[in-house]
Ligand binder design. Structure first.
Ligand code: PEP
Ligand code: MN
Length: 332
């Protein structure tokens, strides 16, 4: 990290700052220029509050030379991370489709959808049991019973399951879940991230509605700091001024994240767009720009879905989309 000091700073003001920095356990390198002085901070600056230094009258600007995220940085770990769930892999050249309904609604529904998406080539079954709905009056999910039904669907199809956790106290219910999802609304639920760091389970971490890529990586860093490096990042659209789509899909996140981190990146075109007709084109674009996986909502009867019917593909639509995604992968 470097701090550029304004020309009018007095020597004693400069010395006070240097002493404060040294007091944080950081070495200092001072370089006096013609007008400005640059203070180089040497050591583990991750704990240094950049904004605090920048707020000082004598400081012109502060810049990080190294990133605040370490364990998830590609600099720290040049090889791609591969998530391996009993032989089903994602990342490092292993592309995977994750598909299933927004919410688990009944045994018939989840088993029918699981069988159809499995036949179409999906590697993982998704389905929400705990649902973070905007309205408290909407369907909140089948909770523990929903997880039991997902496990029944897993038995029928052998597909590993992905489902969302909303509260760390529910972790015992997730004992047999293969991948635990952290939804967009909980990306910065720090206590939850810390608990998941100790869980020993692969985590699918979704980008927050208004979060930067750096914030997404800092959340991944919380999980890794707890000892868990099995993390899949998921871009699911961010909030912008556009209202034709539910969110705005930031596809540039795929190549950017691949440069910044070794963690695999999955695109969720369903929540990103909110419209079933936009899911396939955006899924193809995601495959074309190098996503490690794509997560798509599929419902056997979208008109009757208890949640997110408008963005859900039918099993037939998913089958066609899955084939076209694999064609794009083939071209690449
Ligand atoms: C979901 O995947 O079911 C979900 C609620 O998505 P998000 O957290 O991205 O809104
Ligand atoms: Mn949904």
């Amino acid at each position: 990290m470097i701090a550029v000091i304004k020309p009018n700073a007095t020597e004693s003001q400069r010395n006070n700052l240097v002493e404060w920095i040294r007091g944080q356990g950081i070495d200092v390198h001072i370089s006096d220029g013609h007008d400005y002085t640059v203070i180089g901070l040497i050591g583990d600056t991750a704990k240094i509050d950049m904004d605090l230094i920048e707020s000082l009258d004598i400081v012109d600007s502060v810049k990080r030379v190294t990133e605040p995220f370490k364990q998830c940085s590609r600099k720290f770990h040049p090889d791609d991370t591969v998530i391996d769930v009993g032989g089903v892999k994602l990342g490092g050249g292993n592309f995977a489709l994750i598909a299933g309904p927004c919410s688990v609604e009944s045994r018939e529904q989840i088993i029918a959808v699981a069988k159809s998406v499995c036949a179409s080539g999906a590697a993982f079954l998704r389905g929400g049991a705990f649902k973070p709905r905007t309205s408290p009056y909407d369907f909140q999910g089948l909770k523990a019973d929903g997880i039991e039904l997902l496990l029944e669907a897993k038995k029928e199809t052998s597909m590993p399951i992905v489902t969302e956790i909303m509260d760390a106290s529910h972790l015992p219910l997730f004992e047999n879940v293969d991948i635990i999802q952290v939804g967009a609304r909980n990306m910065q639920n720090i206590e939850l991230l810390k608990e998941l760091g100790k869980s020993g389970k692969p985590i699918l971490l979704k980008r927050g509605l208004a979060s930067t890529l750096k914030e997404l990586l800092m959340s991944a860093e919380y999980i890794m700091a707890g000892g868990n490096s099995d993390i899949i990042l998921c871009e699911r659209g961010i909030r912008t001024f556009e209202t034709y789509t539910r969110n705005t899909l930031d596809l540039s996140s795929v190549p950017l994240l691949h440069e910044m981190t070794h963690l695999p990146v999955v695109i969720d075109p369903s929540h990103a767009t909110g419209h079933s007709k936009l899911v396939e084109p955006m899924a193809l674009a995601a495959a074309a720009c190098g996503a490690d996986g794509i997560m798509i909502e599929v419902h056997n009867d979208p008109m009757k879905a208890l949640c997110d019917g408008a963005q859900s593909l039918t099993p037939d639509q998913f089958d066609r989309t899955a084939k076209r995604i694999m064609q794009i992968r083939g071209v690449l």
